[in-house]
Design a protein around this ligand. Structure first.
Ligand code: BDR
Ligand code: CA
Length: 314
């Protein structure tokens, strides 16, 4: 039986790769995909989500909805890495919808409809999930599991010296989700950044003009160029795709229960994740954190996922 998931994302090139793999993976039943502000603003994130679903045209269309983004956010985005449109400057076109649904409501409704059976995969700032928790005190008890791409255990960030992007962009929401009584697995930057892809990734995109291949050929070259130019990196990581594989194939990872929190105040440390790793700790474990990864295995799974999605979109 396939696993019911909701994907909450801020597309984003790596979000797009994760989404295309998930939509065509028979192990998953993607009930809904929701957008949030992060890599790009809330409007652009939803436009991208709508455009990706329309372009990929999966056999079973998930419901889609838009989140408003946090009330206030630090002045950061990732357009320098993902392009001004978040998808490598390809400016996918979509028809403006007359009515957009609320992400918070859609996520709550789906989790209530299938109590404890839905996994929420968070690939962006956790604003929508925090809003669900705030709106409905019973929400946490309906959710099956939350898998989060976010945070950093070794204290090294990507958006600031010590904060990972998704936790920094909406630290209050990240804290609310980590404090919630949900079952959580965190896939931190320390893990996702180990799975690097060199430029030869472009040669692994299946030949032919499947919709997935066309899309990847449009968005991935931008990612390599921006990582070289702005981060002096020859390769790219696809953080959100790694988080998806953690959900699909947990056997490729090791995790430990940890007690963690998110800094919501610091001038220098906003969004930094703090874990109590003292020998005698006083915090209570509140999540499972991935600590090791089979890099080759995960890379293979991502490539296989891309091939599978390409075959399905010829
Ligand atoms: C996370 O931040 C975003 O830029 C990526 O899409 C990913 O979700 C990595 O820190
Ligand atoms: Ca993302």
């Amino acid at each position: 039986m396939s696993r019911k998931v909701i994907i909450d994302c801020d597309p984003g090139i790596d979000d797009a790769v994760a989404l295309m793999i998930a939509l065509f993976d028979p192990r998953l039943d993607v009930l809904a995909v929701t957008s949030t502000a992060g890599n790009v603003n809330a409007d652009q994130a939803f436009t991208n989500l709508q455009a990706l679903i329309e372009c990929l045209d999966p056999p079973r269309r998930p419901r889609i909805a838009m989140g408003p983004g946090p009330l206030s956010a630090p002045p950061v985005d990732s357009t320098f890495l993902h392009g001004s449109d978040g998808l490598g400057e390809i400016h996918l076109e979509v028809a403006k919808l007359h009515q957009t649904h609320s992400a918070e409501k859609l996520i709550s409704d789906e989790c209530r409809a299938f109590p404890e059976a839905v996994t929420i995969l968070c690939l962006g700032p956790m604003t929508n999930i925090a809003n669900c928790l705030q709106r409905d005190p019973s929400f946490a008890s309906h959710v099956g599991q939350v898998v989060i791409m976010g945070g950093s255990v070794n204290g090294i960030g990507n958006v600031t010296p010590c904060a990972e992007f998704n936790c920094h962009f909406d630290a209050e929401s990240a804290r609310r989700v980590l404090h919630s009584k949900t079952t959580k697995t965190v896939v931190p930057l320390d893990i996702t950044s180990q799975v690097m892809f060199g430029i030869d990734l472009l040669e692994h995109i299946p030949k032919g003009d499947s919709r997935v291949s066309q899309l990847l050929n449009q968005i991935l070259p931008f990612s390599f160029r921006s990582h070289r130019r702005h981060l002096a990196q020859e390769g790219i990581s696809l953080d959100d795709a790694v988080a998806l594989i953690a959900l699909l194939q947990p056997e490729l990872f090791e995790s430990v229960p940890m007690a963690g929190d998110v800094e919501t105040q610091g001038d220098l440390t906003l969004g930094a994740t703090i874990f109590d790793r003292r020998t005698v700790k006083t915090w209570t474990n509140n999540m499972e954190v991935i600590t090791t990864v089979d890099v080759a295995g995960v890379r293979d799974s991502i490539l296989r996922g891309i091939i599978q999605a390409a075959k399905a979109t010829i």
